[in-house]
Structure formats: C-alpha cells, structure tokens
Design a protein around this ligand. Structure first.
Ligand SMILES: [Fe+2]
Length: 461
C-alpha cells in the first residue's frame, strides 16, 4: 500500500496512525522535545510491519555513536529488511544506508542517504541524517551542502521548513559564512521560538565571531525556550564558553555544577562530552576544579573500551587524564591501538590520524612533557576536522597546543599561535592573555604590557 507523509514523501503504508506518529517522532527529534523513540515504539506496537517505523528507529540510533545501542539498531534494521519486498525505493534506500553504517562504512552510508534526499528533496529525515552525520564525521562542507541541494524547493508552506533553516544555519556557520548563518538561524527561531538547534547555530556564530557579551545576552534572552529541551546541556556549555572567554571563572564553574553535571546518570554522552570539554579548558587555564574530574572519569569509564568513535574517545581521555586515572588511560589506549591495528572502518582513520595523537598529547601535557605534546600536535593541527564535532569543540586541541608551547618555553611558536587566534577573534580576552604571555617569554616587555592592557579593556567591556 502506498501512502505519503505531510510533505508528500512516499511511505509504504496508508495507516494514518503510523504516519502521524512518524511525523511526531520526526518533530520531536528536530525540536529536541519529547521522546521520539517512545513515539515510534507506539507506532510499531500499533503495526509491527510499519517499515518506516523500523527504519526511523534504526536510523536514529546510528547517530548515537555508542556500541551499546548496536543490538537495538541491528534488530530494527533487520526487521525493516525483512519487509523490504513491500517497501518503496525510498525506504530501501534508507535501509541500504543504515546497513552500510552498521558495517562501519559511515561515509558510504551518507552517500546512500544523499541519494534518497536527491530523489526525495522533501525527505526531512534523509536531509537530517546527512547533515548530522556530517557533523559526526567532520565532513564540514556537506553540513551546509546537504541543505543547499534541496533548499530552493522548500519554503514556509512546507512543514518542517524551520528545521531545514536550522541545519542550513549551522552548516553555513561551520563554513564561516557567518552573516547568512545568523540570518537563517534567526529566521528559524522566528518561525519556531522553541528551536534549540537554531539557537545553537546562532550561538556558534557568536562564539566564532568573539561576541561573548552578545552571546550571553542572546542565550539568556528567552532561555525558557531552550533550557527545557533535550539539547539544553550543550547550550549551557555554549553559554559557559562565553563566560570562560571573558575570564569569568566563577560563572563558568557555576554553570558546570548546576547545569552540566546534570542528572548524574551514566550514559548521557552529550552531557559527558560537554563536561570533559569544559573541565579540560579550565585545566588549561590553571583552574583547580577539585573532585569534578574524578566524578566525571567514573561516568566515562564504560567508554574506555568502546572504540566506536574517536571523538568520544578523546573526551573520555580528557576525563581519565584530568582525574589522573592511569589505569583507564591505559585501557583506552590499549583498546584503541588494538582496534586501529585490526579494524578497517571509517573510525580507524579518525582514530589513527587525530584521535590517538591527541590522546597521547594529553598524556604528555598532564605529565608536563610539554615539548612532546607540541611535537605530537603540530603535524595534525590542520587535520583536526576529521575528528568530527564543531570548530568550537575542536578548538580545545589548538588551545592545548598553544598552552603546551607556552609551558615548554617556546616563545616564538607560542606568539605565532597566539597571533593566529587573535587575528581570528580579536575580542577574546583569553587570546590576548596568550599574546601577553608569549611576548613575555620572548622578553618583549613592552608588547606584553600592551597585550595585558588589552585583556583588561576587553574583560570589562
Ligand atoms: Fe555546539
């Protein structure tokens, strides 16, 4: 039986209950509101032969990047494949993409989802999966282009247009097209005030442009629109970054304790990522974070042998290194080295090229082998996008490299790197602090003093 969703995209059922629940699940995912899995489970309980129900659930699970969900993902993929004879081409395209993902061919999966989106430009799920996979895999241009390929066909009359705008806004931001990114992000928020992904895209614009005070205002303005969403943790992290850049350490720790450390439940991967990423930055600034590292390392412990996603592994390593847990560092490195030697999937390249070098560099940093840390990171500093995540997230690597150069006493390199940062973000007090320290190391007291004055000027601006 052939039906379609509210955008006219073909679905191999005409059952309005299934189609409605699928739409609500898609909205829940994109609005970060409610439980999309529960909605799809309800549809599958209503009709266990609902192909797109199985496809949707398996597709969603691809994005979780944790081995523990693989059994569930494979179960739903197999259920969908068993129904393939009655499915349509679009649904079979999704199945092929998920099959490629399950087999470790993440980039092949993205190409298959792209083909689905090319054939069905209103397939919001397919566009979403290409966009979000681009973020996971560090395929930066495709985060923007997956939307560009279908954008001329969409307008406000198509349900879900605000989500397409949100993806486009973030993709444009990552490609440094900041003004258009902000324009589309704000347009998305105007259409849907409770749109955390659009808030997120605009926050990224402000982060990249060094608009810290504007960022604090923007995030606090209508905070009620994002703070109850399933994306609130990461948005709090962005707010904390603005404070950190302004050297407001108390505010940063306050956000960590009240909003990032959060539920205390294990397995909240995004929460754990943001926590590690913030504590590592605080550590680079020399802030004593007390027992926070120890608590976080315990949460990351199950991930030590996961080896599914290098981006997770480096954040686990931050926690293990920060906490001084040599046992967990050893477990993670051993598991990853074995994985890189024996496997041959997309994550092997990510791990080998960036993941493992950064993990070792963090160990060097913690052991005060700063010159070694610099030597490990210099060759990979322009390859870090392959780790996945955003520019703002990966900036932790550049920050670690610069701090290591300073602590190694390499004033020439430190000044060069600090100048780079300052040229990109001249309104950042932290960047000017780096410049001041680098000039100090080189014995240029005059320039060091001028840079320190700049720090003070920006801090109170
Ligand atoms: Fe972000």
């Amino acid at each position: 039986m052939s039906g379609s969703d509210i955008r006219g995209v073909p679905v191999s059922t005409t059952d309005p209950v299934c189609i409605d629940l699928l739409e609500r699940a898609l909205e829940a995912v994109n609005a970060f509101d409610g439980d999309p899995v529960a909605l799809i489970d309800e549809a599958l309980a209503h009709d266990p032969r609902f192909v797109m129900g199985h496809v949707f659930k398996a597709a969603l699970l691809t994005q979780a990047m944790e081995t523990r969900i693989y059994a569930d993902m494979v179960r739903h993929l197999e259920a969908a494949e068993a129904l393939a004879a009655g499915a349509n081409d679009r649904e079979r395209g999704h199945m092929a993409a998920i099959r490629a993902w399950v087999e470790g061919d993440f980039h092949g999966a993205v190409q298959l989802w792209e083909a689905v989106a090319n054939a069905h430009p209103f397939d919001l799920l397919a566009v979403m999966l290409v966009h979000l996979s681009g973020v996971l895999l560090g395929d930066v241009p495709n985060q923007r282009d997956c939307v560009a390929r279908v954008f001329p066909l969409w307008d406000e009359s198509v349900p879900g247009y605000e989500f397409i705008l949100g993806f486009y806004s973030f993709g444009l931001e990552e490609m440094r097209d900041f003004s258009r990114a902000e324009e589309l992000g704000r347009q998305a928020i105007a259409l849907r005030p409770n749109h955390p992904y659009a808030f997120h895209a605009v926050a990224h614009v402000m982060e990249m442009r060094g608009r810290q005070l504007g960022g604090v205002q923007f995030m606090n303005y209508r905070r009620e629109m994002w703070e109850i969403s399933n994306f609130s943790n990461h948005l709090w992290w962005h707010l904390s970054l603005f404070h950190l850049d302004l050297d407001r350490i108390d505010m940063t720790l306050k956000i960590y304790d009240h909003h990032l450390r959060g539920s205390g439940h294990e397995g909240e991967k995004y929460e754990e990522l943001d926590c590690a990423a913030l504590l590592w930055r605080l550590g680079l600034l020399g802030v004593d974070v007390g027992r926070r590292w120890q608590d976080l390392a315990v949460k990351w412990q199950p991930a030590a042998t996961d080896t599914l996603y290098a981006f997770n592994d480096v954040h686990a390593m931050m926690a293990f290194t920060g906490a001084g847990r040599a046992d967990l560092q050893h477990t993670l490195l051993t598991a990853n080295e074995r994985f890189v030697a024996n496997a041959d999937d997309a994550n092997v390249a990510m791990s080998r090229e960036i993941g493992l070098p950064f993990c070792h560099a963090m160990q060097d940093f913690a052991a005060e082998r700063y010159a070694d840390c610099v030597a490990r990171l210099m060759p990979v500093r322009y390859l870090t996008h392959r780790l996945g995540g955003s520019h703002a997230q990966r900036d932790v690597i550049a920050w670690t490299l610069l701090e290591a150069a300073l602590r190694a006493g390499d004033g020439d390199l430190a000044l060069a790197l600090a100048n780079e940062r300052c040229q990109q973000k001249p309104t950042s007090p932290q960047n000017w602090k780096f410049v001041a320290r680098a000039h100090g190391l080189r014995g240029d007291k005059d320039r060091a003093r001028r840079a320190e004055a700049k720090v003070e000027e920006l801090r109170v601006a």
